[in-house]
Design a protein around this ligand. Sequence first.
Ligand code: C2E
Ligand code: CA
Ligand code: CA
Length: 893
Amino acid sequence: MSAASRRLVLAGIALLIGMIATVSIAMVDTRNHALEAARTETERLAKAIAEQTAVAFRATDIVIAAFRDEIESKTYATPEAQAAGIVTKEFQKELDRQATLLPQADAFTVVDASGHLSNYSRRWPPPHLNLSDRDYFRYFRDHDDRGIFLSKPVTNRGNGLWTAFLARRIDGPSGQFFGIMLGAMDLSYFRNFYREVAQHENLAITLVDRQGRVLASYPYDLPPGQRPKNLTAAWDRALAKPHPSVMTGPGLLDGSARIISVHPLADYPVVVNVSVSASGALAGWRQQAALTALAAVFAMLCMILLFRAIILQLRRLERSEADLARNSNTLSTTLDHISQGIVMIDGQGRVAVCNRQALAMLDLPPGLMASNPSAETVFAYQVAAGEFPDAEEEHRYRGSLYADKPVTYERQRPNGRILEVQCVPLPDGGVVRTYSDVTERRQSEERIRYLAHHDPLTQLANRTLFTARLEEEIARANQGAHRLALLYIDLDRFKYVNDSHGHGAGDALLVKLAERLTLTVGFGPTIARTGGDEFAIILPLDGPQHDASHLARDIVTAVRQPLEIDGNAFRASISIGIAHYPDHAKSASDLLRNADIALYEAKNEGTGLVRAFDAGMEARQQALFRREQDLRSAFELKQFEVVYQPILSTVSGCVAGAEALLRWHHPIHGLVPPADFITLAEKLGLIEPLGFWVLETACKEAAQWSLEIGVAVNLSPVQVNSETLARQVQQILERTGLPPHRLTLEVTEGLLLEPNPTVLSTMHALRALGIRFSLDDFGTGHSGLGYLRRFPFDAIKIDKLFIQDMVEHADAAAIVNALLAVSVELGLEVVAEGVETAAQLEMLRSRQCQYVQGFFLSPPLPAAEMRLFVLEPRPFPSCPDPVLAAEPPAIRL
Ligand code: C2E
Ligand code: CA
Ligand code: CA
């Protein structure tokens, strides 16, 4: 049982005890009151009865006294005379008349001094009777008492009725005892009177004398003249008292408890006892008490039932409270363990629930929230704490407090966290507010959005963002009626950087490039990386600038500045194509295409070039495109041919070898020179198969030649960078049966920016087989003589530019001289290319240039012609020295 139930039970018991006590006290009190009332009533009745009794006595006594006075007033000379005066018939009649008048008086008698009847109201003459033995006679004879005397009751000798005598002394003229005046009191008179009274009042009335002898009684039938057996000492004392008293004592008849009013008569020695039985006096009370007790018992029963019901209810309440507490505990534990912050505001606007997360998320003081504050108080606190950056935010918060529809919004707290607030109104006018920290989500969304629109490497806009921006800028240009330039940028020979230096270096180069673009262009225009090594810039021409060429050239210059990657110096180069809106295109896609065409053109023309789109470009572009298509199919259509340009020795004047040169027989355009399609083939990725086809064809052809002279094959940089080159070459040699020492591989210096490990190891591997390397177009590249030390070359080919200029230009001749001198120093063979005149040949020969190649000596020859050329060694066309022609040396160039 719970403490509350226990308390309730104790309270119930206390209440019951209190109730019993109160009822008991009330009952005792009403009992006392009933007894008191009975006493009072008994007293009142006793008084009335006593008065009435006294009246009866007094009336008799008055008659007695009157007769006495009359007798005494007759002054006779002698007592005898006096007596004689009394003993008369008239006197008897008077006595009788008086006796008849008083119902209580049975008879009046005059007794003389000797005790004889002098007169008697009943009879004339009076009977002979001596009463001198009677108590009243003796008393008055012996006592000179003017008072009254009451005899003890006796049965009347005449009629047998119980009688008591009232007596007074009659004095003689000289005061001597003359006789007695007697009044016989009929005691049945009193009994009858008492019967009258007692019948109505349910009383017991007893008239006794002072000695306690019964005179008359009703309803008891006590024998007169005797003291009742039950007369107690207390009663005796009460009888002796001069004034009335009330006592409770045993009844005279049966000893049952009674309320007894003892009322002595003042003038007569009798006492009226009026009693009611205590039980009778309490009958009303008892009934009332019984009813009260019944009501109390009923009330108590009701109370017990009520208490029982209350306790049961309490228990149920406690149980449901416990359940509630358990549920509430479960609920608050649950609320505290969910990731969202929850605040519930009840219909009275008070915060009924605020979980731990909400406290933490909103930085609310736990003390405040535990006090069940009003939402307004919390709001005021938040405003004071600077929670809301502006009035609008405050307004929004307030609106959400009183919204009648679900509201969801986000707000950023001063600490930077982003909260998603969901407000759901409740039917009672309250609201549940749910807080979710969406900072990470928003950040990652932001990050995803960023990644979706940016290139992770360079952090520039990606193609998606670029396309969107382009549309936007076009719309803006339309609105502002200004022009727009689109710059397409392509990194020259990026593939080479990637292949030769690894992707790390390639990436680093792209990053550096992006930096330089941004530095040059600024942050205003959109700069995007649209592909591997492709970039684009959207340049709104809404300022003073009218075209983008200046900027493009600045970019090219900026990019060309040397840069360092992994400790190595690089020199990057870019090509730029530009198209203008709306000049060159009416839509974004057209603009893109045209910028691309311009870029293509720039790339086609070389490196580091800027080209703006023009109308003719498109036609050229289309031609180029067709050429690409043609080139792709040329291989299968067997439109390629390898021709061989003989290389002659200036010493012997005989053929020392030949350079294999590729030819494309285009069905429409006829013979397309390699310069027009080698770059294209490189771009299209066709150069490798094509290159190896040339190699295999040339080796096979050379192996057929009747002289064991060398054959030189040009390698594209792509091939040289290939790790499989050495194996491929070896396989080709094996297949064709050409001895390795007869093969020379020509590479251009331009490709060898750095001592690339792949290139170097390939060269060493091939040289180990006996294959030779010659440096092609020597003199035209950037790096000069340093190459000759760094790479294992066997020969150099002096570019035709120098050869063609050397006769007329002293500087070209000087360069050729220097190159020849250096090659001698380095032990390299030298081939002079592009020898077109006898003068050139002569000059070279005079400077001990060993080998010559050029139209003056022989154009590139188809294979069949070359075979003939080898078969019939011809001296130089205008060779002045027949010796040379006569002694063909063993050449293995
Ligand atoms: P190259 O390696 O410098 O080849 C020599 C070029 O000079 C050839 O041009 C040849 O016809 C030309 N030539 C020869 N004698 C004279 C002369 O006296 N005067 C002038 N002006 N030119 C002369 P071609 O065949 O048009 O080849 C051009 C370039 O194409 C070659 O320059 C070479 O770099 C490349 N090439 C040719 N065939 C191949 C090949 O099979 N593979 C590779 N990768 N490149 C090739
Ligand atoms: Ca060559
Ligand atoms: Ca060359």
